[in-house]
Ligand binder design. Sequence first.
Ligand SMILES: Nc1ncnc2c1ncn2[C@@H]1O[C@H](COP(=O)(O)OP(=O)(O)OP(=O)(O)O)[C@@H](O)[C@H]1O
Ligand SMILES: [Mg+2]
Length: 348
Amino acid sequence: MQHIAESNSPLPPQFAAQAEHQGKDIALSGIRKTYGPAVALPELSLDVPRGQFCTLLGASGSGKTTLLKIIAGFEAPDAGSVRIGGGDVTHTPIALRNIGMVFQNYALFPHMTVFDNVAFALRMRRLPRDEIRRRVGEVLELVSMDTLLGRLPRELSGGQQQRVALARALVFTPDVLLMDEPLGALDKNLRQAIQLQLKKLHHELGLTIVFVTHDQEEAMNLSERIVIMDHGRIVQAGAPEALYRTPESPFVAGFLGECNFVDRAGCMLGVRPENVRIGTQLTSSDLRHEGRIVASTFCALHWKIFIEAPGRTVVAYVPAGTGAAERTPGQSVVWGFSATDAMEFAAA
Ligand SMILES: Nc1ncnc2c1ncn2[C@@H]1O[C@H](COP(=O)(O)OP(=O)(O)OP(=O)(O)O)[C@@H](O)[C@H]1O
Ligand SMILES: [Mg+2]
């Protein structure tokens, strides 16, 4: 957690002055993209308000990277328009869109120092030497990398390289920051540290961020809004809690968090594992079913119990204090839930 503690310095003047002006809204309308016979995006529209942290979440091949590439200008859509800050940029070259990008394989220039990697974009823009020095210093301070200016990428840890990549994307104060699975290669602690740092930067700079992940926990940690994609379409979008509590379809319920599906009187119910009770934990009004415990896993805050029931495996999170007698694999068990905790879906 060292990275976080280090980054408590006040916002450098360059960013403080621009914070309230930063971030432009993105408006995608009727975007279609095909690759030969493959339809990556049939017809997609999405508005991201300025300053929003918006995450695209979806299975592999659902079109997340394609959409980012279209916003950035690496790919042109077959149909539809891209507007940034009100202006139509559908046919604007990448370099003129003022977009910062961070990708999973962050590909820093291997032969350049940390300083030179970050300065590169400013040199391309022919900024004066003094200003480059000042800006690079400020942005590296922002990501707590200002003490390692002279190192080469291979002399840095994965997380440090990732923060340099972030600095490189932020140094020219972009209107929009696009990130495609930027933390995929990092271990869990480092991921969390950088997630926190990213949240803080987002808050302080007021950036509009479109972030791609297929890690649902990461999506929940970071986003103000999650857009769930499937086969190039948006199936539902909303705040993390709203999506979790009121998914519109079994697909969304199963994609964001775990969910048990139970047929009951002709309709399909979705029940979150934390709402499943077993044995003596059941209340008198709970809907009850029979099953057999096949496995129990200790997860610190709860036990995760796998119950074999006719036609399905049910997952229950039961309190960490649940005694061995109630959770030992092999035994028969009664499991159930309150009807008020169940989410009802139209039968498929
Ligand atoms: N250059 C290309 N040529 C042909 N098909 C492509 C190309 N790029 C992407 N596709 C196809 O378009 C669809 C969407 O791909 P995309 O890379 O956007 O998915 P993704 O959601 O980013 O997946 P992942 O989570 O695996 O990165 C996939 O079916 C993919 O095979
Ligand atoms: Mg991708």
